[in-house]
Design a protein around this ligand. Sequence first.
Ligand SMILES: Cc1cc2nc3c(=O)[nH]c(=O)nc-3n(C[C@H](O)[C@H](O)[C@H](O)COP(=O)(O)OP(=O)(O)OC[C@H]3O[C@@H](n4cnc5c(N)ncnc54)[C@H](O)[C@@H]3O)c2cc1C
Length: 411
Amino acid sequence: MKKIVILGAGTGGTAIANKLRKALSPSEWEITVIDRDDNHVYQPGLLFVPFGLCTVNSLIRSRKQYISHGINFVIDPVKRVNHERNMVETDGGSFDYDWLIIGTGCRLAPEENEGLMDEWGKNAFSFYTTETAALLSNAMANFNGGKLLMCVAELPVKCPVAPIEFVFLADWYFRQKGIRNKVELHLSTPFPQCMPNWPRGRVIMMDAARNKGISMSTGFALQEVNKNGKFVQSFGGEKIDYDLLVIIPTNAGDQVIVESGLDDGSTFIPTDKHTLKALNHKNIYVIGDATNIPTSKAGSVAHYEAEVITHNLLAEIKGREPEPKYDGHSTCFIVSEKGKAYLVDFNYDTEPLYGKYPLPFAGPFSLLKETGMNWLGKLGFEWLYWNLLLPGKNMLLPPTLVMAGKKEQPE
Ligand SMILES: Cc1cc2nc3c(=O)[nH]c(=O)nc-3n(C[C@H](O)[C@H](O)[C@H](O)COP(=O)(O)OP(=O)(O)OC[C@H]3O[C@@H](n4cnc5c(N)ncnc54)[C@H](O)[C@@H]3O)c2cc1C
């Protein structure tokens, strides 16, 4: 019996396990998925928790129910990958493998940001984990005026558009509460222009922020949170004060990656950006946020990658070479207020353009345009996630960017 072991039953690990189970005979291939717990969180929903638009509990489901029959699901923290002996060690045992797929994602590391732990859960909150999103929801409800600073500590960060979505929704939220004139909203980000290098997209986002009265500090890499002075300071010496600090702390790869000597010094795994194979390892693929490839750390990316890795792993099993099929494709809705959103679709070489998605001319979603339909798409994505993407169903859409119907100018 040949063995595939998958580390992490998150977005990427679950989807690829289910795809491989369909493609490989259970009498020849054993598939094992290992995660430290049984709580699968629909992470995009965390954005809505601070605004009372959903609860943390509604976003959590048992991982088990999304892992197909015929896959061994082990709940046990992974302690080490012994890649020289093709073996994974957990708290409770060890698992040898012919092929390893690493989908351990990335974790929040607030302890990496000087001074942050002094404020964590008191005046500084994040919406990136279930615990801190719930705390932030209370802090927002009790905030009656002052300066709210949304600070992105450093890059990379998963879902790089979520911080701007947060300030857009905060503008809407405080308008609903009737206290927008008492709240100053400020976004600080290490991106030079508030967003990844997207000339068209960032102009649209900067204009939208300006129109909503949201100020920004770009190129701001966090050095310190100063509890006594109630300010954050960048490595460049710039200081921004706050009354309520909403922060995306350092995002890091899992410690097991570092301790197994699999990272490149950044806590992420050096990965071929087209084949998705771990560099220097002949039997390891990497999916999702754990890679160091230069595209967004996003669920959409993990889904597109699952198709490419499935294709390449099946090819290698049949004795063929993996193909450089992945192009960095990523698709993200960007909420601009309750009821409206933008949509971006891009890859390594093509910045977000105008047009329609997913059908090139019919949509129904509009690229780089703020529409109510895009908002419905953002909400509908949750259904798609649980019912089609995690089960590894064939989406009938290519994993790579479709250029048909894309335009440089709006209609
Ligand atoms: C607030 C927020 C909003 C977001 N919005 C969007 C969005 O709108 N669209 C979008 O596409 N993406 C969005 N994302 C990003 C998306 O959720 C992630 O990019 C995606 O989940 C990554 O999938 P993954 O499989 O790499 O990691 P994950 O889904 O995080 O899974 C990693 C798994 O590995 C397990 N693991 C890690 N280390 C170990 C260990 N040592 N032992 C055992 N198990 C381990 C973890 O428990 C976890 O289950 C958002 C994320 C956040 C936080």
